[in-house]
Each structure stands twice: as C-alpha cells, then as structure tokens.
Design a protein around this ligand. Structure first.
Ligand SMILES: Cc1cc2nc3c(=O)[nH]c(=O)nc-3n(C[C@H](O)[C@H](O)[C@H](O)COP(=O)(O)OP(=O)(O)OC[C@H]3O[C@@H](n4cnc5c(N)ncnc54)[C@H](O)[C@@H]3O)c2cc1C
Length: 424
C-alpha cells in the first residue's frame, strides 16, 4: 500500500484524504495550526462541488450547514437590475449550488476524516519546512509546535498547503514572489433577516470602481433565528500582505455604495451592521506549468491559487482530491499517477485561474458602466440585451466545467426578476 503524506488540512487536503480513503489508502495529514477553528467567511459551492459532497457520502451533512442557491441577480452601481439567472437545480442542473461558511465546511470535513481514517490521521501543530527525495521515497521536514523537528518518510507527498505554500516555493522558486493586483477585498458577514428568496446572490456595482457580492451562508445561525449573510467588496487599495485574518473597516467602502438602492436589500445598513471585516489583497500567482516533482504533487490553492471570485477556487481544490485518488488507485507507478492527474487537470484549471483575473461573467457590469458612461439607464435591453448576456454566461459555465443546461438548444436562460426596475 502506497504510504501517502498530505501537507495541510484545508478543504483540498481534507477532500484528498477522504477520496484516498474511499480507494483504500490511509493517508496522514500534517497541519501547521495546533487547533483547527472555523475561520473564513463564505464559499459559493457550484453544482460540481455539491456533486463531490454527494460522492463523498456527505450530501445530507453538507445540506444541513449550507443554503440552497436559487437565483443570481446583477446590478449596476445605482441598484438597477442588469441580468438574472437561476442557480443549481432551479436552472436544471442535476445538483444544487449551495452557499456555505468556509470554516464550518472545513470542520465538517475534518470531523469526517477523523471518523473515517482514525483520530491519528491528522497531526496538528506540524509545520512542513521542505522536502527532499531519494530513490522511491520522499522525506518531509516537519517542525512541531513545541519546536521539535521530525522527518516523515512517505512514498507520495500531496502538498495542499494553500496560497503561501512552502512546497510550491521549493518546487518553483522562480515564481515564488506573487504580485499584488492593486485590488483588495473587504470580506464580512452580517446577521440579519433573510432577503428576496432566502437563496439569492447579488452582484452589485461597476467593477472598475468597486464591486460587491452578497449571499446568505446559514439560516438560523447558531440558533439566533437570523440568517448569516456573507458579503465581499472589491476596491483598489495600497496593500500587499496576503493573510486571510487581517482586519479592515467598512468606513473605507461605504462611500462606494451611497447611491445604491436595491429594492430587496438595504446594502448600506447591511454593511453597517456587519461583525468583523477582513481584508484580503488579490495577489496574482502565475499559473504553473507543472504541479509534479518526482513523487511530490501540488493540489488546491498551492497548485492553482486564483482570485477568490465565484467559489471555483474551493470547488476545484475539492475536485483535485477525487482525480488524484483515482489515478493513484489505478496507475501502479506513483510518479506516473501524479503526472496523469496533472494531465487531466492542469490546463483546464489554469484556464479558470486566468479567467478569474479578468472578470468572468462579472464583465457584464463593466460593460453596462461603459455603455452608459456611468449614468443610470432607461431600459436595460437597449444597453445589454438578454441574449448578449446569455452568451457570456453560457461560455463561462462551460469553461468551469458545468455547461448550462438547455443552452445548446439556443434557449435564452437568463431573465429579469419580478423586482426589476428599469429607471430611477
Ligand atoms: C484562514 C482561512 C480563511 C479562508 N477564508 C476564505 C473565505 O472566506 N472565502 C474563500 O473563498 N476562501 C477562503 N479561504 C481559502 C479557501 O479555503 C481556499 O481557496 C480553497 O478552499 C482551497 O483550499 P486549500 O485547502 O487549497 O487551501 P487553504 O484553505 O488555504 O488550506 C491550506 C491549509 O494548509 C495549512 N498549511 C499552510 N502551510 C503549511 C505548512 N507549511 N505546513 C503544514 N500545513 C500548512 C494551512 O494552515 C491550511 O489549513 C480561506 C483560507 C484560510 C486558510
């Protein structure tokens, strides 16, 4: 049996462990923090991500901690509706799209790994410093939280150590220094009454000035009877530290939305009522030309860090585990198995990394801002016809691996919601 060590107990490392266990392996995870806590805010889990949870036998548990995504609505900076589409099964996909708290999801996966693989399958407080290879073995240099060091020898090492991966830095020293894009995200949550369908995601503003995404991530949050709503605002800022736990202030972002009037949500009030606000600079990591060095492989953000827009970073990281486990189970030579994993995934995921650097389907909000010279519009059909927006969305969904049902038949699948207003 191939002896497998995984670096990092984020969603990628945990999903890989669960998938490998399904194939009969018994990997062990080495995680730097000494206690896993439910950190982060929201993740938008796409239909192919929900399929992963079904295949992991976790669909009901995942449903219990997440919210069914029903519709996705786009607005200009004045709050005028530009476009809407249905989500998940409401759109005709076989699986649901769901919104979830990143940390709560990670804790569900962590508990499941301990239950299925054993309490000793995750070693906490164990920081990987680097690796070296000798013949058929890989040695990981580990530093424990008490300062002691240890060398772990394995047949295969899976590096799932996130955006600041030390394994990627060793494998690709030439691309070790990421570049700040000039854009920062303010990420927060507000405990409030549900809005619209209770499963509506809003995309607001002109991306060239500031952009806001809002969606609910938990109903009856911690027994409060209220909904936990996740929001993310992007704007330019002089910033460069890539740290998921940096705190920010809403005073910096409120002015971008003082003209925004959306019939279904008071966005200013939502921002003012927020709990802690985290800053996260968008860092440009160049796509890598290989994720494999001998018997060491990068997965998740370590392999394909992308701007955290649209949930694909987390979902693609979870898919990595399934493909990798499949290759390790069916191809005898571990290096060949890792290369086969890379051959199946690298080009497609790098395509998503690059697409997220642009705006993906969010480009429709930029187009409207440009076509209206930043002014309110009278009729959106004169500015961005439904058919033109539909084409953009269909191409994007196909790119990320979930082609839109019905579009092959030429159907117009976007719509205007009942709250749509055309003039202010
Ligand atoms: C604290 C935190 C909060 C986040 N919040 C959000 C969010 O709100 N929304 C969102 O979309 N994405 C968020 N993310 C990122 C999101 O989890 C990832 O984009 C995606 O899920 C891919 O996961 P990953 O497992 O590859 O990376 P990560 O989730 O970053 O997990 C990497 C894991 O590796 C561990 N690790 C790092 N270095 C070492 C080392 N040298 N040795 C051992 N272990 C190591 C880390 O502690 C972490 O547990 C967050 C990540 C973190 C770490």
């Amino acid at each position: 049996m191939t002896d497998i060590a995984i670096v990092g107990a984020g969603p990628a490392g945990l999903a890989a462990a669960l998938r490998l266990h399904q194939k009969g392996f018994r990997p062990r995870i080495y995680e730097t923090v000494s206690e896993l806590r439910p950190l982060g805010v929201g993740i938008d889990v796409k239909v192919y991500g929900t399929k992963e949870f079904e295949e992991l036998g976790l669909l009901e548990e995942f449903r219990a901690i997440s919210v069914d995504a029903q519709e996705s609505v786009f607005y200009n900076k004045y709050g005028q509706e530009i476009y809407a589409e249905l989500c998940g099964t409401h759109m005709g996909y076989l699986h649901e799209q769901r919104f979830v708290h990143r940390g709560v999801l990670q804790m569900l996966m962590y508990r499941t790994v301990l239950e299925r693989l054993g309490q000793d399958s995750v070693v906490l407080g164990a920081r990987t410093l680097g690796y070296h290879q000798d013949g058929d073995k890989v040695t990981l240099d580990i530093e424990h939280v008490d300062g002691s060091t240890e060398q772990i020898v394995a047949d295969v090492v899976i590096a799932a150590d996130g955006i600041k991966s030390v394994v990627r830095r060793q494998m690709h020293p030439e691309s070790a220094d990421p570049v700040y894009s000039g854009i920062t995200m303010w990420r927060g949550t507000t405990l409030m009454e549900p809005f619209a369908t209770g499963g509506t995601i809003l995309h607001i503003g002109a991306p060239q000035i500031s952009s806001m995404i809002v969606y609910p991530i938990a109903d009856d949050w911690q027994g409060s009877g209220k909904t936990l709503v996740n929001w993310v605002v992007e704007a330019t800022r002089d910033e460069s530290v890539e740290d998921w736990n940096q705190l920010g202030s809403i005073e910096e972002i409120l002015p971008y939305y003082d003209q925004t009037q959306i019939p279904i949500l008071d966005v200013q009030q939502m921002l003012r009522d927020a709990g802690e606000v985290y800053l996260f600079p968008l860092i440009r990591h160049d796509p890598l030309d290989t994720w494999v060095d001998g018997r060491v492989v990068l997965i998740g953000d370590a392999a394909h860090a992308m701007y955290p827009r649209g949930g694909n970073g987390a979902c693609q990281s979870i898919v990595d585990g399934a493909t990798l486990a499949d290759k390790l189970a069916t191809i005898e030579d571990p290096h060949e198995a890792l290369k086969a994993f890379e051959a199946q995934r690298l080009a497609m995921v790098n395509g998503i990394v690059l697409s997220h650097r642009g705006e993906g389907y969010e480009v429709i909000r930029r187009m409207v801002e440009e076509r209206t010279n930043g002014e309110p519009f009278a009729d959106i059909e004169d500015v961005l016809p439904l058919a033109e927006a539909d084409e953009i969305f269909s191409k994007y969904h196909a790119l990320v691996g979930q082609p839109r049902p019905g579009h092959e038949a030429g159907d117009a699948t976007g719509f205007r919601t009942k709250y749509a207003q055309t003039a202010h």
